[in-house]
Design a protein around this ligand. Structure first.
Ligand code: GAP
Length: 442
């Protein structure tokens, strides 16, 4: 399958089956903003729930948090975002398009006569690079003046840093411990794209782990291993995952070490999560800007220090996209094309679909009973319309791992067929065992 073709097919399947829609589509859409439909919202929720389970519920040393999107504007001065969260941009004076200065499509050096606009082709029309801040700005209260400026957060991490003492005191944790948060973040990206890979509004799943200085590199290594294992457990193909270590030039202003987990997308290897050793940069900066002491007192050792922070930062939308790309496949079955989303059953938006083979002979009543029993314990779907083959195909595209059909034999021997999405094999299972059978599998 041509690789860009795969992305186009995924975008079209997403719309057809209700995973992802373009935002404000009836108005022509809004650039790089997307909405999640009935199946997409379940998939993204499943990704987030698995992350929360692994990072918060399964551990004694991590607490959860849900900080507000709007924060005191000084937070973003302390974090370095006001001065440093920028991209160099150039404008074309001829066609008025705007590009990142390092856009490989630009020929020549912007600001000089030889530079050529990649859209209109005019020579010498590109301005010198200017720095453009990626934070969305708005105003708090009725007056639109500089004193009222607030930002939509570009990362969730800062909400954790400014609450670190609150959580520490309320939870009675001791260093080393972590705080995890899932929430929206906003960036006025200049070159967004590739569907939901890089968008202007997205969700992050971030965890900040506070450690004693000197133990930071050890914790960094541990978190690296745990996070990669999480993606393997999610069912991603291990050969499509790798580490990318940041070179000194790539390192963010706050980081001592940074490694990205990358996935091989149809458009190339790209980051899905970053693991960073942020040192004491953030807490020191917030201590300085707020004037509040953010030291930790280690009673056992009778010493005070500002903890170092190991951060794991993933995008929920990006992971959802990765899971879909990894799961998409086309097969030929009896001369016909079959599209399958081979999602891990734990992530599948619908776990089981129930079909009466025909709408008579008591089959719909029995099917409805099975459906209601399933619905009590898992997301299930009832479909009585069209040929059963067509119903299977719809569920294959939705990623539903099991389809249960009530047929003529059911009324005779109280058994149903359960069809496996991946092998397409069918098994007969007793009617009263269906819920337990599916539950065990998913
Ligand atoms: N707190 C650190 C931080 O925000 P980042 O590398 O800028 O680091 C972390 O972002 C993760 O957030 C990325 O690996 C990616 O999964 C997700 N992410 C960042 N920008 C995004 C965007 N514009 N659209 C979708 N996801 C994004």
């Amino acid at each position: 399958m041509a690789e860009q073709g795969l992305m186009d097919k995924l975008v079209s399947l997403s719309k057809r089956r209700g995973f992802v829609f373009q935002s404000s589509e009836i108005y022509g859409g809004l650039g790089s903003v997307w909405d999640y439909g009935p199946l997409g919202v379940e998939l993204k929720r499943a990704v987030k729930e698995r992350w929360w389970q692994a990072m918060v519920h399964a551990r004694d040393d991590i607490e959860g948090l849900d900080a507000a999107i709007l924060m005191h504007p000084k937070v973003w001065e302390a974090s370095g975002h006001v001065s440093g969260f920028t991209d160099p941009l150039v404008d074309c004076k001829q066609c008025k398009n705007r590009f990142r200065a390092d856009d490989p499509a630009i020929k020549g050096t912007p600001g000089t006569p030889d530079a050529q606009c990649p859209v209109c082709g005019t020579k010498g029309s590109l301005t010198e690079p200017r720095l453009f801040n990626l934070m969305f700005k708005t105003f708090m209260g009725p007056v639109e003046e500089s004193a009222a400026v607030v930002y939509l957060r570009p990362e969730t991490a800062q909400g954790i840093y400014v609450n670190y003492l609150n959580v520490l005191q309320a939870s009675r944790q001791k260093v080393p411990f972590g705080i995890a948060q899932i929430g929206k973040a906003f960036r006025n990206e200049i070159t967004p794209g590739n569907f939901i890979f890089r968008t202007r509004e997205f969700e992050q799943m971030e965890m900040q782990f506070f450690v004693k200085p000197g133990t930071d590199q050890e914790w960094f290594e541990r978190w690296r291993d745990w996070r990669m294992a999480w993606y393997h457990d999610l069912g991603l193909t291990p050969a499509k995952l790798r580490w990318h270590e940041h070179t000194p030039k790539e390192l963010a202003h706050y980081a001592r070490a940074a490694q990205d987990i990358e996935y091989e997308f149809p458009f190339g290897w790209n980051e899905i999560e970053g693991v960073h050793n942020r040192t004491d940069f953030d807490l020191k900066a917030h201590q300085e800007y707020s004037g509040k002491k953010l030291e930790y007192f280690d009673q056992a050792a009778n010493e005070r220090y500002i903890p170092y922070i190991i951060e794991t930062s993933a995008g929920a939308d990006r992971v959802a996209l990765t899971v879909m790309v990894n799961a998409y496949r086309e097969e030929e079955v009896k001369g016909e094309k079959r599209v399958v989303l081979g999602l891990h059953p734990a992530l599948a938006p619908i776990k089981a679909a129930v079909f009466p083979l025909v709408n008579k002979d008591g089959m719909p009543e029995l099917a409805e009973r099975v459906y209601r029993d399933l619905q009590r314990v898992m997301p299930a779907f009832y479909d009585a319309s069209g040929a059963v083959g067509r119903r299977y195909r719809r569920m294959d595209e939705a990623g539903t791992p099991y389809c249960i059909t009530i047929d003529g034999q059911t009324t005779d021997d109280q058994t149903v067929t359960i069809r496996d999405r991946d092998t397409m094999e069918q098994e007969r299972v007793a009617l009263d065992r269906v819920v337990g059978w599916v539950r065990e599998k998913v």
